[in-house]
Design a protein around this ligand. Structure first.
Ligand code: CDP
Length: 227
């Protein structure tokens, strides 16, 4: 590794570009901690649905964010677990209801400020791979490595559909496409922390790449050209 301190690696991009799978494997290979920032927004959205706080109620959502304890637990044997107020919500937060509302919750400035604080705290010591939308731009603008993963909309929808089937959710392809593309629009257009490729991020178009190829590309860059 070319950096002496344990690195911070930021991986941003739209839904279904492969960020979380790549981030998890890269973190594992480099023995860094993987942090899924989207899971935090999803956990809060899950609670907002439970507590019937409307996605339009900005103050209510801000209060909810202040009163909610979100924890990500790294599990080397399985997928990382996500806890909301000590309840394991790992599976629940991936469902269609949360996916439909999460961008509305994530665009609330008071919610983002709260998450930013949490995420920066988790990366204070370095040694992390964090994926999301605003990691290279807002959360860790000084990250050692910044990647921006993209793929064609059709490919992204196709990947997400496979993932949903594996997780046991029933999804209509058209509905899934609409939800993902609407979410991208909301994420790109919000005022605070929009989805954007910062100039110092390395863009990787994963449309025609295998997972293994993407991981290898990221590792080559992080390891300074060696494998
Ligand atoms: O897995 P997928 O890429 O579909 O989404 P995710 O990473 O689980 O993030 C879900 C949603 O959370 C995104 O569509 C954004 O609205 C929001 N998010 C965000 O605003 N900022 C982040 N750093 C991460 C996620």
């Amino acid at each position: 590794m070319s950096v002496s301190r344990r690195p911070v690696i930021a991986i941003d991009g739209p839904a279904g570009a492969g960020k979380s799978t790549v981030a998890r494997i890269v973190a594992d290979r480099l023995q860094l901690l993987y942090i899924d920032s989207g899971a935090m927004y999803r956990a809060l959205t899950w609670k907002a649905i439970l507590k019937e706080v409307s996605p339009d109620d900005q103050e209510g959502l801000e209060r909810l964010a202040e009163d909610t304890k979100i924890q990500l637990i790294n599990d080397p044997e399985a997928d990382n677990r996500v806890f909301c107020d000590h309840q394991d919500v790992t599976s629940e937060i991936r469902g269609p209801e949360v996916s439909k509302q999460v961008s509305q919750v994530a665009k609330v400035p008071g919610v983002r400020k709260q998450m930013l604080r949490l995420q920066r705290g988790l990366g204070l010591q370095g040694g992390i791979v964090m994926d999301g939308r605003d990691i290279g731009s807002e959360v860790f603008p000084d990250a050692d490595f910044k990647f921006f993963l993209t793929a064609s909309p059709d490919k992204r929808v196709e990947r997400r559909q496979l993932e949903q089937i594996e997780k046991g959710f029933q999804y209509n392809l058209e509905e899934l496409k609409r939800e993902m593309l609407e979410r991208d629009q909301t994420d790109m257009q919000r005022e605070m922390g929009p989805l954007v490729k910062v100039p110092d991020a390395i863009e990787i178009d994963t449309t025609d790449m295998t997972l293994d190829q993407v991981v290898r590309r990221v590792l080559e860059i992080v390891n300074g050209g060696e494998k």
